[in-house]
Design a protein around this ligand. Structure first.
Ligand SMILES: [Zn+2]
Ligand SMILES: [Zn+2]
Length: 359
């Protein structure tokens, strides 16, 4: 522990020694843990017992990314559900957990080992078998016809795996490839959540992650879909999206994972996997902004919080207008009959991706 100034007492409980600096307040670990739990549970209020009709059983889908944020979310909700079990012998909702192995960033074995550890630590929940990105072609029945809008056609002889590799290799820019991958990933998770009869997806995104997403969307010509990307509530996918960790910064979630009596660090990828790409040429806009926000957000947390708050306010305006879902990213798109793009079906962001595709 670093040298501790004398009289360094937690400002919350006024009792224990403070060991953490959280938003300019000195806190002890137990008070910080309580703070993180209350921030997350406040965002889960619509899933409380009192909002449950009769013997209705709610199912919520929680995808793990292998990173710390979704794992903290799982740990907090697990503790809540365990308490419910103790006091009422039932829970207000069930959690269905999934994990997708992404190409390039990790091996199947690494992901499997980690996922196994997590499922052993949180045995109360329903852990689905580990998925690969190409499972989207098995689970999303519209994906093949929707990709045709990007000029990508499946060949009859291709396996799911081969087709998945080809789709990603069609992208001639790193940003378009990352964009395609995140679209496939989201569609896979949403298809699975619907097949599992879940009424909502609980995303682990921190405030920092949402800020990076919002800024990257703007930079990629997806500004129109920013409010839909980061809003809590019904999504264009016909299922609720919730971001219960949205009031916490990434660094706070990392601190939390280490501050727990039984730390979560072993079950999540090291922070190095939020890798800094070796050169700008190999960095997608999304990665660039994520790295930037992870570095700068620590110094200017309130500015990052403002990015998300401001972007969320755009929603009212966007929903007033006639919107359709883009067939590829399933984000709202404004029909523009005067468009010179020739293809008015795609949203502007996907139309830009299409320019970077050589199918
Ligand atoms: Zn305290
Ligand atoms: Zn789109």
């Amino acid at each position: 522990m670093a040298t501790k100034p004398q009289g360094d007492i937690c400002v919350d409980c006024q009792e224990r020694d403070a060991s953490l600096d959280i938003r300019n307040r000195r806190l002890c670990a137990p008070c910080f843990i309580r703070y993180v739990n209350s921030k997350i549970l406040k965002r889960m209020e619509s899933y409380r017992f009192k909002n449950l009709a009769g013997d209705q059983k709610r199912r919520l889908f929680l995808p793990l990314s292998g990173g710390v944020s979704s794992l903290v979310l799982l740990q907090v909700l697990d503790a809540q559900l365990q308490k419910q079990m103790e006091s009422r012998n039932k829970t207000a909702y069930e959690l269905v957990i999934a994990r997708v192995v992404l190409p390039d960033t990790e091996t199947q074995t690494e992901a499997e080992g980690q996922y196994q550890q997590v499922s052993e630590r949180f045995p109360l929940h329903n852990f689905l078998p580990l998925l690969r990105l190409y499972d989207v072609f098995r689970l999303d029945e519209n994906i093949h016809q929707d990709l045709i809008h990007l000029g990508i056609h499946r060949q009859e002889t291709e396996s799911h795996d081969e087709f998945s590799r080809r789709v990603l290799s069609c992208a001639t820019s790193v940003t378009a490839r990352a964009d395609l991958q995140s679209i496939l990933l989201r569609r896979l998770l949403v298809s699975l959540a619907r097949r599992q009869n879940c009424e909502g997806v609980l995303w682990g995104h921190s405030d920092s992650r949402l800020a990076a997403l919002a800024l990257a969307d703007v930079a990629k010509g997806r500004g129109g879909s920013v409010p839909a990307t980061i809003a809590d509530g019904p999504s264009m996918h016909g299922i609720n999206f919730n971001y219960p960790a949205r009031d916490l910064f990434k660094v706070e979630l990392q601190t939390y994972a280490r501050a727990l009596p039984n730390p979560l660090v072993a079950e999540s990828k090291s922070d190095m996997s939020d890798r800094v790409a070796p050169t700008i040429r190999n960095t997608s806009i999304g990665d660039l902004l994520t790295n930037y926000i992870n570095e700068q957000g620590v110094k200017y947390p309130s500015i990052m919080a403002n990015v998300v708050r401001t972007a969320s306010k755009l929603q009212a305006q966007a929903t007033d207008q006639e919107t359709n879902a883009c067939p590829v990213c399933v984000m709202p798109t404004m029909r523009n009959p005067n468009s010179s793009r020739g293809n008015t079906v795609l949203c502007y962001g996907c139309a830009r991706v299409k320019q970077d595709i050589r199918a």
